[in-house]
Ligand binder design. Structure first.
Ligand code: AN7
Length: 377
């Protein structure tokens, strides 16, 4: 539950929730973030996203867990990237940056473009040509970024922006920027604040591996502060065609329908493996067919419409549950383990894939009788 924060010493001490309204993660969690009074607040009031109990989905895919979805697709630009971007762009503005750059499989570029629009910083985004979802491309273009379609994949684009940010006065907004992780760790804080404790397991899609790293950091910080008593096991899932952390080596030509996580050389790979090992969790992989099935199941059984990448951990959970993975935890706890899976991006981002799995509408004449007939009544 969110209550008025009076301990927040950053900026206005009572600025976190004013008149019942949410003012973003820096306002709410500033005491845990590397900001000072001199840091401009570049915000779209991101965060405070719903944690939704999903018993109907759990009954279908993993009946031995208590499943919650953290719907980060409800952020202002439709993905979890906004948590990191409010921090990264605020710090870039504090440093006087005039130009910012990122490589992206889509969501980072949409978020970067939006926050740079707030700050008045020029934004340049490098996207793998013909390999990002339509909604994300539209966002970056409409929000005024310079959009470059690179004739290569995400890993190529990332290599270029890292190089340029090292040789030119250009702020790097990828999750190699430590402020991105600082912002994204607030997702873990929100989960714990809502539940009143940490979940037993935390499931998450893994691409460039920034978010699993950030969540683990957030849980560990809350634990060190004594705000939670136990830590979750971190369960990451990659797409089978883009699963370097499962295979144990980089993938030069990653392929998956979940374009958000079509990444072969994750920048935060080592940290992701560390999060897995420190927490006693795992990183697994699922096929594209499993991803698409889980995406539709999740939307139809929870009302939470996530993009394909978010279905990777859900498809993974179904497999783990069938294999009896949660049995031991259930016996130890004497109850179903609580598992939070992050729905990292909104399903509307990728309408082309959604239409493919959604099926065709039934065409009917404009008559009540025909509608009843189509309904099977
Ligand atoms: C919906 O936008 O990498 O493991 O450039 O958009 O932190 O990379 C997106 C990644 C999961 C994976 N879910 O997170 C980008 C980008 C969604 C995403 C991930 C992404 P990381």
């Amino acid at each position: 539950m969110i209550t008025e924060t009076t301990t927040n010493s950053i900026g206005n001490p009572k600025s976190a929730i004013r008149n019942g309204m949410w003012h973003g993660i820096i306002a709410h969690y500033g005491q845990y973030l590397p900001v000072t009074e001199a840091t401009p607040r570049i915000t779209l009031h991101e965060g405070n996203t719903p944690l939704i109990h999903a018993p109907r989905l759990a009954a279908e895919i993993a009946p031995d867990i208590e499943l919650y979805l953290k719907f980060d697709g409800a952020n202002p630009t439709g993905s979890f990237k906004d948590r990191g971007m409010t921090m990264a762009v605020s710090k870039a503005a504090e440093d006087g940056a005039k130009v910012a750059i990122c490589a992206s499989t889509g969501n980072t570029s949409a978020s970067a473009a939006a926050y740079c629009a707030v700050a008045g910083i020029r934004c340049v985004v490098l996207l793998p040509r013909n390999a990002i979802a339509l909604g994300k491309l539209a966002q970056a273009l409409v929000q005024g970024a310079t959009v470059l379609a690179v004739e290569g994949n995400f890993d190529d684009a990332l290599r270029i922006v890292v190089q340029l940010s090292q040789t030119h006065p250009i702020a790097l907004l990828n999750s190699l920027n430590p402020y991105r992780l600082e912002g994204q760790k607030t997702g873990a804080f929100e989960v714990c604040d809502f539940l009143g404790h940490a979940p037993d397991f935390h499931a998450i899609p893994v691409g460039n591996a920034g978010n699993i790293t950030a969540y683990w950091k957030g849980y560990k910080e809350y634990h060190a502060e004594g705000r939670i008593e136990a830590l979750p096991k971190m369960i990451g899932f990659q797409a089978a065609g883009a699963a370097p952390l499962v295979m144990g080596h980089g993938i030069d030509k990653p392929e998956t329908v979940a374009t958000a996580i079509r990444i072969g050389h994750p920048a935060r790979g080592e940290e992701a493996l560390q999060a897995r090992d420190e927490s006693g969790g795992l990183i697994g992989m699922v096929s594209d067919a499993e991803i698409l099935k889980a995406q539709k199941q999740a939307a139809a059984l929870t009302g939470v419409f996530g993009e394909p990448a978010c279905a990777a951990p859900l498809a993974g959970l179904a497999k783990l549950s069938q294999e009896g993975y949660f049995r031991e935890a259930r016996e130890q706890l004497g109850r179903k383990p609580v598992l939070v899976s992050v729905v990292t991006g909104h399903g509307l981002k990728d309408p082309n894939t959604a239409i493919q799995i959604g099926g065709e509408p039934i065409v009917v004449p404009a008559e009540a009788e025909a509608v009843l007939q189509a309904m099977g009544l």
